[in-house]
Design a binder for this molecule. Sequence first.
Ligand code: AMP
Length: 214
Amino acid sequence: MANIILLGAPGGGKGSQAVRLVKQLNIPQISTGDMLREARAMGTEMGLLAARFMDSGELVPDEVVIGIVKDRLAMEDCANGFILDGFPRTIPQAQALDSVLGELGIALDHVIEIAVPDGQIVPRITGRRSCPQCKRPYHVQFLKPREGNLCDDCGVELIQRSDDTEEAVTVRLASYHKKTAPLVDYYKKAGKLRVVDGVGEMEEISARIFTILA
Ligand code: AMP
């Protein structure tokens, strides 16, 4: 059983590490970013509302994301644990999470901050690509596909997220520092915070995380 929050700046590797944790621990990844993108692709009212904020790099209003996480945590597959990736991102979201977990009788085990210097964020994000079919992540510089711009597994043309532009990243980083970084202190005070150096090879960072979970 592991109830985990991954904290850290956008592009800092939360999503990639979450995917590895899912495989190892066999618990679901709860990514509010992925859920919002799905809602948007389906054209739901909530997805279309969220899209405006996402494209400009702003945070989606708290009540929207709190609602979707609340519903998701109540699902059966979260009974043995979960990895929250990209939630909470504000103090009100963290407080709402505390009360939802309290109602469900669940305790948080680990809040892991993946720390990456700001200077590395922009090149990491703007070079990011992924396979639209299997979602495998790539990077134009650090994690190139074998051939051209094609997924190694599916052979499909890789895509770039609409908010992985330099303009949106600047806004995303600013909102991270203003609204999300205070969560580091919030969880430090709660005695839950563990910080992992997010610079290095993906395997090294996974190993650092597994040392904490062991
Ligand atoms: P991500 O995939 O985690 O980088 O999230 C992409 C975008 O979705 C963010 O820039 C926000 O606009 C929105 N988003 C995702 N999670 C949250 C959250 N917990 N609170 C507010 N907005 C969010």
